[in-house]
Design a protein around this ligand. Structure first.
Ligand code: URA
Ligand code: SF4
Length: 202
């Protein structure tokens, strides 16, 4: 799809925020652009910045395992981040950086038009659930703008905190059923007169 290549090209030469200064490589995202499922993390880390690919360090290995547990490979989904360049020292992305980068993500979402978006960590969660706490809503699917959005803990957080690991594993296990329910409900909800309708699945 040409749009996806255009976004990647723009991102690689982007100077819209301060994060352009420290990057080795921008990380536009990778995977199947015809997929039903998009995963959106936080920001590239050191390995990602070096290679220009998302989630290839320790948390990426864990994400691969989580995907494998539901019989998916990373090539079956599209993986990207809320900001496309590495923040210095892996600090949190700042609100103005997230805002500067958001149109790239919006264009990617429009182009892929996924049935399901899985947010990894609180920064991508906040795009759809601005005032929520991840500890309260992780794993709960909501229908927003005719897609299902499922907030999850960040794999890096789960790696560093043993108790969260079981939680994220359990949340992942439910994804296939949520996706199946989404296929059914979203196709029957086509033409829903109330666009603000936020269906709760499971
Ligand atoms: N963490 C993220 O949020 N994204 C990556 O691409 C890698 C680690
Ligand atoms: Fe541009 Fe996003 Fe990189 Fe900032 S983080 S320089 S907005 S691509």
């Amino acid at each position: 799809m040409r749009v996806m290549e255009e976004v990647a090209t723009l991102v690689r030469s982007c100077g819209r925020c301060e994060l352009c200064r420290g990057r080795t490589n921008a990380v536009p995202g990778a995977g199947d652009i015809q997929t039903e499922i998009m995963f959106i993390g936080e920001a590239p880390g050191q390995n990602e910045d070096r290679e220009g690919l998302p989630f290839i360090g320790a948390s990426g290995k864990f994400l691969d395992q989580l995907l494998e547990s539901i019989e998916l490979k990373r090539d079956d989904v599209f993986i990207t981040n809320i900001v496309k360049c590495r923040p210095p020292g892996n600090r949190d992305p700042l609100p103005d950086e997230i805002a500067a980068c958001s149109s790239y993500l919006d264009t990617q979402i429009d182009a892929i038009n996924p049935m399901m978006i899985v947010t990894l960590g609180r920064f991508s969660m906040s795009k759809w659930f601005p005032n929520e706490r991840i500890s309260r809503i992780h794993g709960q699917a909501r229908t927003i703008d005719k897609r299902v959005v499922v907030p999850m803990y960040h794999p890096a957080a789960a790696l560093h905190q043993a108790s969260l690991r079981a939680t994220i594993e359990a949340d992942f296990e439910r994804l296939p059923r949520i996706l199946a329910a989404a296929r059914e409900q979203l196709s029957s909800a086509n033409g829903d007169p109330d666009p603000a309708n936020q269906m709760r699945l499971f």
